[in-house]
Design a protein around this ligand. Structure first.
Ligand code: CNA
Length: 242
């Protein structure tokens, strides 16, 4: 690990009480959840259809059995535990230094670690609703259902509160995310390839002092960052003192 860069990150964190974190699937790989674009990510596995196709709205409507086979197997990691990155971010919020976590993740691990202001741009596997009557179902209900989960009240298909390809993002969550990023003094971006839009475009609203990027692979934003760290994000945060 590049300890000089860790020292620089510690200095940036020590010097601000207005930090926002923007993250993606790479934040949870050290919790055992595969991301999309790493070498061992879901996009490199061989399926009958590419993952982008399976987790699209059209596919959900047309082939719900196949959607749920993939989704339950690959995207519902209900036993995963927060790693040092999730935990340290929650502690930074508790210490009054971090104002919000804006995440593309759908795994609920930031909340499990104790973070309170978590803006889930792409929803959460932990919430599911009947497509007809709106009845709420938890993740266990979906995971344990045989095949496609059906509403016990009206019999219609239950859908995860997850933003599938072709679906729009929630306007309120978008505007709250923009508000936090616009007001931030330090923006730490971590574990994201920054290629999924409109989420990745939110970082353009940052107008603060220090931009930090913690990502194993290179991103299109490395050149504009004040500090770029390419070590695993959980290991990086495990070195940070709150
Ligand atoms: P991505 O495109 O798969 O990119 C992940 C990035 O993280 C890559 O650039 C990796 O190099 C990097 N990375 C992987 N592990 C680490 C690590 N330990 N430390 C530092 N960097 C690491 O994922 P994005 O989030 O950018 O793409 C957005 C998609 C992925 C969103 O729609 C998510 O919903 C979706 N997703 C979420 C989860 C989850 O909730 N945990 C899992 C898989 C996919």
């Amino acid at each position: 690990m590049d300890m000089d860069k860790i020292r620089q990150l510690q200095e940036i964190i020590d010097g601000s009480d207005n930090i926002v974190f923007f993250g993606g699937a790479g934040v949870s790989t050290e919790s055992g959840i595969p991301d999309f674009r790493s070498q061992d990510g879901l996009y490199h596995l061989k399926y009958k259809y590419p993952p982008e196709t399976i987790i699209s709205h059209t596919f959900f409507v047309r082939k719900p059995e196949e959607f749920y086979r993939f989704y339950k197997d690959k995207m519902m990691a209900l036993d995963a535990k927060p790693n040092a990155a999730h935990i340290k971010l929650a502690q930074l919020e508790q210490a009054g230094k971090l104002k919000a976590v804006v995440t593309q993740n759908i795994d609920g691990l930031h909340q499990k670690a104790g973070s309170r202001e978590v803006l889930e741009l792409h929803g959460s596997v932990l919430r599911n609703y009947c497509t007809r009557c709106g009845e709420f179902y938890d993740a266990e209900f979906v995971k344990n259902a045989e095949g496609v989960p059906k509403c016990v009240k009206c019999g219609a298909t239950v859908k995860p509160d997850v933003v599938l390809y072709e679906e729009g993002l929630d306007g309120d969550i978008m505007s709250r995310s923009i508000m936090h990023i616009q007001k931030a003094e330090v923006l730490i971006i971590g574990g994201t390839s920054l290629v999924v839009y409109p989420a990745a475009g939110l970082i353009d609203y940052f107008n603060g002092k220090k931009l930090v990027l913690i990502n194993k692979g290179a991103t299109g934003r490395d050149a504009g960052a004040d500090l770029v760290i390419t070590d695993p994000i959980g290991e990086v945060f495990s070195q940070i003192k709150v």
